[in-house]
Design a protein around this ligand. Sequence first.
Ligand code: FAD
Length: 406
Amino acid sequence: MIQLFKEKSNCCGCTACMNICPRNSITMEKDEEGFLYPVIDVNTCIRCMACVKVCAFHNKEYNEKIPGDQEVFALKHPDRDVRERSSSGGAFTLISDYVLAQGGSIYGAVFNESFEVIHSKACNRKQRDKMRGSKYVQSNLGSIFKEVKSELETGKPVLFTGTPCQTGGLKSYLGREYTGLILCDIVCHGGPSPKVWEDYRTYLEGKYRDKIRDINFRNKDSGWRNSFLKVEFNRSVYKKSMQEDPYYILFFSHLIIRPSCHQCVYTSYHRESDITLADFWGIENTGKAFPDDDTGVSLVLVNTKKGKDLIQSIRKDSEMVKSSHSAFYQPIFERPSKISPRRPLFWKEYFAKGNAALVKYGKLTATQWMIKKIIVPVLKKTGLYNRVVKICYSSWLCKDKQFREQ
Ligand SMILES: Cc1cc2nc3c(=O)[nH]c(=O)nc-3n(C[C@H](O)[C@H](O)[C@H](O)COP(=O)(O)OP(=O)(O)OC[C@H]3O[C@@H](n4cnc5c(N)ncnc54)[C@H](O)[C@@H]3O)c2cc1C
């Protein structure tokens, strides 16, 4: 029998195997943590091995842990309103506007009507706007790879955005270059469990006795560096910072991210996409040439000639300066997120007690509280914060405590 992966940490759930199967013998099924894994129907499988061969996560290893020769830019969308609605500086909006203007379509992650995160297609700005903003949940790709392929075969331009494993999976599934395809990945330190996200929404709706109307993971009312999770109900609003909201704490404590994220082969300066987007953490150290009003700055890595041409095309519509690898801090280019030693404990309690475990583990530990509530404010006051964070990122302290601003 064909074995697609030995351990769960070997499968990132990109769906390339499901989509390539000539007999539709593979389905993606949820495990107990709510992550999707491929399951083969042995009765219809013809053992052609296409599913094994297409697996980019399994078959590739990137060892480039030092900066490559990519061009690096700091970029801001010129419209403050767009920046405030975007997670970083609105680079995605500029890039997707350009592709839409060429008559192309955009693929990215949206909330569906139940606030599950899925990948979908946009043909106009209104549909594209739903893709704006990070949704910190692993998105369900469904059979979107097949859709992207059919679209490309018509010769239309296509922008596909997603996590590095999703863009890597699509590239492997397509198996050849398409002139019209632009791949854009977002820097990602892990995709959280759709099950925990679903249970958390139910928990909030029960607590507020109201239906959720809208969700923003990166509300910037208090600035880009101090984003909030904002959940709007019909009659009230829930707003908590990354240090207070239980879901955020579970996410940043690495208790609920997919097992494969802890062994992510894409945590490298070698990228599978044409362009890579992230938050430009460290922009304040790059001098006054680029005014930063705390509404967000995008880090843009240009990985290919196609990416370079696109960035040149949007240059006149954006505020953009050339930068360098040493200007930003993004440790995820060098190593995957470390697994929390409390992960097995959390899940054990979660299966037994449900949301009670979510609330219990969704609190800062004493060490985390000390760092976030005392040390960080003192460092910020004394102007030492950025320097210390940069040193910590590459030291044992951050490796073990998993403390990041983002
Ligand atoms: C799970 C996750 C982890 C991340 N981790 C980091 C990190 O460690 N460091 C960092 O600097 N940035 C991280 N980001 C990316 C960052 O938050 C911004 O999404 C990115 O910088 C783009 O910002 P923007 O302003 O250009 O565009 P925005 O308008 O914010 O565009 C959002 C883009 O992200 C895509 N997207 C949103 N949610 C998902 C999802 N669940 N799965 C796949 N694609 C999605 C959309 O399709 C769209 O292309 C992460 C994003 C996600 C979803």
